[in-house]
Design a protein around this ligand. Structure first.
Ligand SMILES: Nc1ncnc2c1ncn2[C@@H]1O[C@H](COP(=O)(O)OP(=O)(O)O)[C@@H](O)[C@H]1O
Ligand SMILES: [Mg+2]
Length: 233
């Protein structure tokens, strides 16, 4: 079929979403009436100044946190109807997450960090032969084959973020959320991490949502949302 006539498939659907934080006396509504759809294969950026709610939104979309009100659907299924087990299964199967500060396990090697989500998904503490090969292939794709037995503190920031990207990829997610993935990197590494993410979108068709306060980069993505005072513009 001619691709032009295919209707896009919506993976993530958000409707009337709010997030309120309260610390007893004070209440802070960080997200207000968010409505958006993310389609399969899209590359989307969410921008806005520091404190505008980008991380909060990304964590909710990635099912790492819950909203105060509103609907979040994955493939048309409302996640509020899922129990915790179903939500973590969905997360393991479909979603990859990349953080600004990498969040690697410092006592684990590169290969172990990348393998961990696979072991968790399969409820096994070792890899099958073919899984081991797939992990090695990923390590090659991120250019760290000489570093697979190193620990995070033996790697540069850019290398650590590459490991985190490989870890996000290991369960072959449909969608990756990247929260300020280059926020802790110098210019050269920033550009190479952006390039890696753009290639994953282009070559593997992985849907990618990047939260960034780097508006110049956000403007280069095919679709950009801006968070202003808790609203999506
Ligand atoms: N757990 C929390 N409790 C209370 N306030 C929070 C919490 N997390 C974030 N906030 C507040 O929510 C607002 C948005 O934060 P965040 O989503 O981290 O923004 P951004 O990622 O755009 O910098 C900020 O004012 C922040 O202080
Ligand atoms: Mg943030």
């Amino acid at each position: 079929m001619n691709k032009r006539f295919q209707t896009p498939k919506t993976i993530v659907h958000v409707n009337g979403l709010y997030k309120k934080y309260s610390d007893g006396e004070k209440e802070l509504t960080v997200l207000k009436d968010i409505n958006l759809c993310i389609n399969k294969g899209e590359l989307v950026s969410i921008t806005g100044p520091s404190g505008s709610g980008k991380s909060t939104l990304l964590h909710i979309l990635g099912i790492l946190d819950s909203s105060t009100k509103g609907v979040l659907k994955y493939d048309g299924v409302d996640i509020s109807n899922m129990n915790e087990n179903e939500k973590s299964a969905l997360r393991n199967r479909k979603i990859g997450f990349i953080f600004q500060f990498f969040h690697l396990f410092s006592e684990l090697t590169v290969i172990e960090n990348i393998s961990l989500p696979l072991m968790i998904k399969n409820k096994r503490n070792r890899l099958l032969n073919k899984e081991h090969k797939a992990v090695e292939q990923l390590i090659q794709e991120i250019g760290l084959e000489k570093r697979s037995l190193h620990r995070p503190n033996q790697l540069s920031g850019g290398e650590q973020q590459r490991v985190a990207i490989a870890r996000a990829l290991v369960n072959q997610p449909e969608i990756i959320f990247a929260d300020e993935p280059t926020g802790n990197l110098d210019k050269e590494n920033r550009e190479s991490i952006y390039k890696l993410l753009l290639n994953l979108n282009k070559d593997k068709g992985i849907t990618i949502v990047i939260a960034t306060h780097d508006e110049a980069f956000a403007k280069t993505t095919p679709r950009m949302f801006k968070l202003v005072d808790g609203y999506v513009m």
